[in-house]
Design a protein around this ligand. Sequence first.
Ligand SMILES: NC(=O)c1ccc[n+]([C@@H]2O[C@H](COP(=O)([O-])OP(=O)(O)OC[C@H]3O[C@@H](n4cnc5c(N)ncnc54)[C@H](OP(=O)(O)O)[C@@H]3O)[C@@H](O)[C@H]2O)c1
Length: 279
Amino acid sequence: MKNFIFGAGYLGHRFSEALAFTLVPRAEVDLTDLPQLEEFLDREKPEVVINCAGKTSGPGEIGIDWCEIHREETIASNIVAPVNLSLACAERGIYFIHIGSGCVYSGDNNGEGYTEEDKPNFDGPQFYAKTKIDSERILRNLPGLLLRIRMPIDDRPHPRNLIDKLKAFQKVIDIQNSMTTVPDLVRALPTLIRQRAQGIYNVVNPGTISAAKIMAFYREYVEPPHTFEILSVEDLDRMTKGKRSNCVLSPAKLEREQGIRFPEIHDAVKTCLVSYRLC
Ligand SMILES: NC(=O)c1ccc[n+]([C@@H]2O[C@H](COP(=O)([O-])OP(=O)(O)OC[C@H]3O[C@@H](n4cnc5c(N)ncnc54)[C@H](OP(=O)(O)O)[C@@H]3O)[C@@H](O)[C@H]2O)c1
């Protein structure tokens, strides 16, 4: 039996390689086309489906500001598509996993970190986050697993890898954030699938780190001549169309899952950088 991943982008490719799931490009099934999607699922009869489809930017662009000015396309891919897929899977008894975002909060919840039960509080200053909040609000009531990831950091170069994004900037912010290391996420997926985990999970490493600290590690482990300066959040907000979320999530629920261990974020970033340097 084949299992499938929708959304043939960065994470879709990463997960399909690691899990040996078949990647379904948009040209084969557009998730906004419900009859096409249902015909595909009825024909292929998968047991497990992962949704990595979404709009995080547009053709030739990296960055969620694209979503601010392409609202219809963002709603279609970030709300209509996951809801269609979730409903179609529920009707057929297919185990459904959705890759959501942890960028639905602002702040650190008085040092506690936001849990999966805390109501998202970043509903407005940025359109991409708004669509992630709206889809989560609906998917919360449907069967399946929703993984909230944040600022993915990988062990190999890719334009969507946070390391690649940060090294291209002359200035970076120095604010503590929760983040997700992709190799650890990839390692956790088979366990979550085997256990048929349900509901929302904050999939972030324990601890917090800043973009500036990641670049300090980058300089130490990969490219000693690299230079950068610190940018204030106020200046960053002036440079972007939609405000950026800076937040801390609690990984406690994920840590209670048997067989899953995410290393502390500083250690995890260093491990990624050591492999990154060899690529
Ligand atoms: N990368 C991050 O920083 C990050 C962080 C947190 C959460 N996430 C979430 O993780 C998911 C995957 O992210 P990613 O970085 O892999 O994004 P990506 O590289 O942009 O890939 C998304 C893929 O989804 C496809 N897609 C969009 N609408 C579709 C539709 N209606 N039907 C079928 N396919 C569709 C896109 O195709 P087209 O190019 O043709 O539109 C693209 O191939 C997204 O939901 C994103 O919000 C990502």
